[in-house]
Ligand binder design. Structure first.
Ligand SMILES: [Zn+2]
Length: 252
């Protein structure tokens, strides 16, 4: 049985019999892995709380016939502040849910996806304002889409591909088409959101910066509606319905 090491964030756990758990992890080297944490429910387990959802660990795994086995877990970060309030918890679950949904095993972009998930969980746990948390999650969605090959189109019309000199001429966003659309395409589709150039700037800045540093970056209404536009964008790329966006709407 070959052993291998990787950094990973825990996404989900299931009970397996009396003492064991199956843990779905997102690993930096191999993307999604389903593994078994043996004996984890016993009080003397060395894995202890390290295999809880959100925790990031340096893991030693053994190749199993069906599922790999967790041999050792050394904590990198447990993002403990995430568990302290419901807002943080809901946004963090949302990010985890997205990675669980879109991540694959042997993801070619696993390093990028792991790194942006780690950065986002870290920022959700340390940011104090809800606007900052929204920023972190919005950045996460934009970057994740990019790594999955669904980059949000912000330069040309996502429908007719026409090039416009000025961004201010784009007044619509189509989640279905995958980005900004020109006035002509936006007008004929009732599924487009009306936007203005502040949204495009916000999306571009969120891709480039991990912290909201301008006054406009913390405009709560703008952030919420951008968040919802991206939520629609993401839901068009999967048949499965996510649970957490509904919880987030109740909270906000
Ligand atoms: Zn167009």
């Amino acid at each position: 049985m070959a052993n291998y090491k990787t950094q990973a964030i825990n996404l989900k756990t299931y009970n397996l019999g009396e003492a064991d758990k199956i843990v779905v992890i997102y690993s930096r080297d191999h993307g999604i892995i389903k593994c078994v944490a043996k004996g984890i429910k016993k009080p003397a387990s060395k894995l202890g709380g390290r295999m809880q959802v959100f925790n990031a660990n340096n893991l030693m795994l053994a190749d199993g016939r069906n599922l790999d086995i967790v041999c050792q877990a050394e904590s990198i970060e447990n993002f403990s502040k995430i568990r302290e309030d419901l807002t943080r918890l809901s946004y963090a679950f949302y990010c985890i849910e997205l990675v669980n949904l879109f991540g694959t095993d042997n993801d070619p972009n696993s390093k990028n996806i792991y790194d942006i998930l780690f950065e986002t969980l870290k920022n959700i746990s340390i940011f104090t304002q809800v606007e900052e948390i929204l920023w972190a999650v919005m950045r996460f969605k934009l970057k994740l889409a990019q790594y999955l090959g669904y980059e949000v189109e912000l330069e040309h019309c996502a429908k007719c591909n026409c090039e416009e000199q000025e961004f201010s001429t784009y007044h619509y966003f189509s989640a279905e088409a995958g980005g900004v659309v020109c006035n002509e395409c936006g007008n004929i589709s009732n599924k487009s959101f009306e936007i203005d150039k502040r949204y495009i700037k916000l999306f571009k800045d969120a891709i480039n910066y991990d912290f909201p540093f301008e006054k406009e970056h913390t405009d709560k209404m703008l952030l919420f509606s951008s968040f919802n536009i991206l939520k629609e964008f993401i839901s068009h790329r999967s048949d499965k319905k996510l649970k957490t966006p509904d919880i987030i709407e109740i909270l906000c």
